[in-house]
Design a protein around this ligand. Structure first.
Ligand code: ZN
Length: 247
């Protein structure tokens, strides 16, 4: 079974459609690791699309804040501004859908999905010392997480940890990781709608756990088109600018 792994789409339909176009015919089922909305200009279009294609979706901190389950006061003023804007835009059915999204970890066949960390859906797993407790208590050998918007991950084999970085060269669209027996993987597909690892292209993964591989993809999309819609919507300028840099 080939899975499309989507995370942190953040209401960016142009990036999502570019990713789906590139992944066409290459997956059987899709999952989403949360943060469907927040930051971007297309909360309804993105929520509609995820409802249509994803067989398993968990909530992210932005989905919680937008639907009143989390406290927008915990966000910085710029993110909070986007949260409040998103809340006004969402159709009732999409608001209810986001509000009802389950919390991770959830199991999808032979892997599991979380938004932040294994123990805390809102925790950012940036560094090996933060990844270790989750690797030790991993509910399955392969766990996909989001939240940091950084494509890559962490592995544990016996006592030995390693950090994974994937930088598909320009001209190439993906790097393939071969999964090894006896290793636990905490893998981040990266963010579709607001990458923060210095590569502005949309990020996602395709995985076949039985066949023991995960592909980490990067796909270009029309960033200026999204920026125009954000300007029209009156979304904060720093959010508009950062899309160009992937930071
Ligand atoms: Zn996010």
């Amino acid at each position: 079974m080939r899975y499309l792994i989507l995370s942190d789409i953040h209401a960016n339909r142009t990036a999502l459609e570019a990713a789906l176009e590139a992944a066409k015919g290459k997956w059987d089922k899709a999952v989403c690791l949360g943060d469907l909305v927040g930051y971007g200009p297309d909360p309804n279009e993105v929520t509609d699309r995820v409802r249509e294609i994803s067989s398993l979706t968990i909530r992210g901190n932005h989905d919680k804040a937008v639907t009143g389950l989390g406290d927008p006061e915990e966000f910085n003023p710029i993110a909070r501004n986007a949260v409040l804007w998103t809340r006004e835009q969402l159709r009732t059915e999409n608001f209810e859908y986001l509000k009802e999204l389950p919390r991770g970890p959830l199991q999808a066949d032979s892997f599991s999905i979380i938004h932040g960390s294994v123990h805390d859906e809102d925790e950012y797993v940036f560094a090996p010392e933060l990844a270790l407790p989750g690797l030790q208590d991993a509910p399955s050998n392969v766990v996909f997480f989001g939240h940091t918007h950084i494509q890559g991950g962490f592995t544990l084999r016996g006592e030995e940890m390693a950090v994974l970085h994937f930088k598909p060269a320009f001209g190439s669209h993906f790097s393939r990781l071969t999964l090894e027996e006896g290793t636990t993987y905490l893998l981040n597909p990266g963010s579709i709608g607001q990458p923060r690892d210095g590569d502005p292209r949309a990020a996602f993964a395709i995985a076949d756990i039985e066949d023991q591989w995960v592909e980490f993809w990067r796909v270009s999309y029309d960033i200026e088109d999204v920026q125009r819609r954000m300007t029209q919507a009156g979304l904060p300028e720093p959010l508009i600018l950062r899309l160009s840099f992937g930071r």
